[in-house]
Design a protein around this ligand. Structure first.
Ligand SMILES: NC(=O)c1ccc[n+]([C@@H]2O[C@H](COP(=O)([O-])OP(=O)(O)OC[C@H]3O[C@@H](n4cnc5c(N)ncnc54)[C@H](O)[C@@H]3O)[C@@H](O)[C@H]2O)c1
Length: 370
C-alpha cells in the first residue's frame, strides 16, 4: 500500500504521524511511504532521515494526499485537509468527532474511511492509542508543576524535591489512571510526598503494589478531596469518566482555603477540566492565578515534547497501521479492536457513541459492535 504522511498544520502541533524508524518498518514490509517535505522538522526528523528510511519526500500536502491510499497523521484533519480526502483514502489519526460536527460532516462528505486512534480498544478494555499521550502528559504535569511552584513563575517559591533538612512538596493527584500513575512516578522520583485520590479500588491496589508504599492512596470522597487539596502544594487533576465531562472535584470556594501560591495542574482540561476555575491555556501562556492559586491548564501537554510524543505514539499505532497497510480495510474483519476505531466510512457514521453525539444513524459494517 502507498502510505502518506502530511505535515501537521494545526497551530502549535509539531508531532508527526510516522517517524523515520516507522517508515523503515513499512518499507521493509513492501509498502511505499510518501512524506511531505518538512513533515518531521518540528519533531527533529529531517527529510534526509526519511529518505534514508526509504520514504519518497514530496513537496506539498496535495502531492501526498493524491499519491497515498492511507494517510497517517496525529491531529484531526483541518478543513483544508477534508477537501483533500476522497473515498479512496483510509485516514488513521486522532479524530475526536463527537464534539466536532463540522469535521464529521467534512469527513462524511469526503467518503473516506476514518479510523480514530482514540476509539481503538484492547483486550483489557483500555484505549491503547490514547495511553502513550497520557503517559507523556502525566510526566510533563509534574515538572510543569515544579517550574510553576518557583517564585518567578507565580508559585509559592518551593523546590518540589526539598533539600536535606527541608521537606519536599506535597503532591496530590486526583485520579490514578494512566496520567495519574505517570505523574506519581515523576513526583515520587523527585522526592515529593505523593498522595493519589482514586475511586477505583482495584486501581488503588495496583498502585499500592507498584509503588510499594512510596505513594499513599486514598479513596475519593468529597471529604478526602477537600482534606487533601488543603494540605497540598501541588494538585494534579487526572480524572476521567469515559465519554463524559470531567467531574468538578475542586470548586471555586476551595481556592481561598488552599495554600497561597499552590499550583493546580488540570490535565483533564481536554474533557472540560476537574477544577471549576479551569480554562484551557497554551504552552505560550500556560498559567493564570485565581484566589492566589496558580492554574496550569495546557490542553495539549504532549505537544511540548514532540520528539518523545511522536515516538511513543508511533510505537502504539505501528502494529495497527501495518495491518491496515497489509490488508486494507479487510484488516477490520480480522481485528475487532481496530474495527472499533472506525468512525466513518463512505459517508456513514460507524461508531455508536459518535453517531449518538452527532444525532446521525449508526451503521456497523464490520460487526465490531454486535
Ligand atoms: N491535557 C493534555 O494534554 C492531556 C493529555 C493526555 C490525557 N489527558 C486527559 O487526562 C485525563 C486522564 O486520562 P487517563 O488516560 O489517565 O485516564 P484513565 O481512564 O487512565 O484514568 C482516569 C482515572 O480517574 C479515576 N476517576 C474517575 N472519577 C474519579 C473521581 N471522582 N475521583 C477520583 N478518581 C476518579 C478513574 O477511576 C481512573 O482511574 C483524561 O481526561 C485525558 O483526556 C489530557
Amino acid at each position: 500500500m502507498r502510505v502518506g504522511v502530511p505535515r501537521e498544520i494545526k497551530p502549535d502541533e509539531y508531532r508527526v504521524g510516522l517517524t523515520p524508524t516507522a517508515v523503515r518498518e513499512y518499507v521493509t514490509k513492501g509498502h511505499e511511504v510518501v512524506v511531505e517535505m518538512g513533515a518531521g522538522d518540528g519533531a527533529g526528523y529531517s527529510d534526509a532521515l526519511y529518505k534514508r528510511a526509504g520514504a519518497k519526500v514530496m513537496p506539498t500536502a496535495e502531492d501526498v494526499f493524491a499519491e497515498a491510499e492511507m494517510i497517517v497523521k496525529v491531529k484531526e484533519p483541518q478543513p483544508i485537509e477534508w477537501a483533500r480526502l476522497t473515498d479512496k483514502h483510509i485516514l488513521f489519526t486522532y479524530l475526536h468527532l463527537a464534539p466536532d460536527p463540522d469535521q464529521a460532516n467534512g469527513l462524511l462528505k469526503s467518503g473516506c474511511a476514518g479510523i480514530a486512534y482514540e476509539t481503538v480498544t484492547d483486550d483489557a478494555g483500555g484505549l491503547p492509542l490514547l495511553a502513550p499521550m497520557s503517559e507523556v502528559a502525566g510526566r510533563i504535569a509534574v515538572f510543569s508543576a515544579g517550574e510553576t511552584l518557583l517564585k518567578h513563575n507565580g508559585g509559592m517559591g518551593l523546590l518540589i524535591s526539598g533539600v536535606p533538612g527541608v521537606p519536599p512538596a506535597r503532591v496530590c493527584i486526583l485520579g490514578g489512571g494512566v496520567v495519574g500513575a505517570n505523574a506519581a512516578v515523576m513526583a515520587a522520583g523527585l522526592g515529593a510526598e505523593v498522595v493519589i485520590v482514586e475511586r477505583s479500588i482495584p486501581r488503588m491496589r495496583h498502585i499500592d503494589d507498584i509503588f510499594a508504599g512510596r505513594v499513599i492512596t486514598r479513596y475519593s470522597t468529597i471529604d478526602a478531596v477537600e482534606e487533601e487539596i488543603l494540605k497540598a502544594d501541588v494538585v494534579i487533576g487526572a480524572v476521567l469518566t469515559a465519554g463524559a465531562a470531567a467531574p468538578k472535584l475542586v470548586r471555586r470556594e476551595h481556592l481561598s482555603k488552599m495554600k497561597p501560591g499552590s499550583v493546580l495542574v488540570d490535565v483533564s482540561i481536554d474533557q472540560g477540566g476537574c477544577f471549576e476555575t479551569s480554562k484551557p491555556t497554551t504552552h505560550n501562556h500556560p498559567t493564570y492565578t485565581v484566589d492566589g492559586v496558580v492554574h496550569y491548564c495546557v490542553a495539549n501537554m504532549p505537544g511540548a515534547a514532540p520528539r518523545t510524543s511522536s515516538e511513543a505514539l508511533v510505537h502504539a499505532t505501528l502494529p495497527f497501521g501495518l495491518q491496515l497497510a497489509d490488508k486494507g480495510l479487510e484488516a477490520l474483519t480480522k481485528n475487532r479492536h481496530l474495527a472499533k476505531g472506525l468512525n466513518v466510512l463512505k459517508g456513514q457514521v460507524t461508531h455508536p457513541a459518535v453517531a449518538e453525539a452527532l444525532g446521525k444513524p449508526f451503521v456497523d459494517p464490520y460487526g465490531a459492535w454486535a
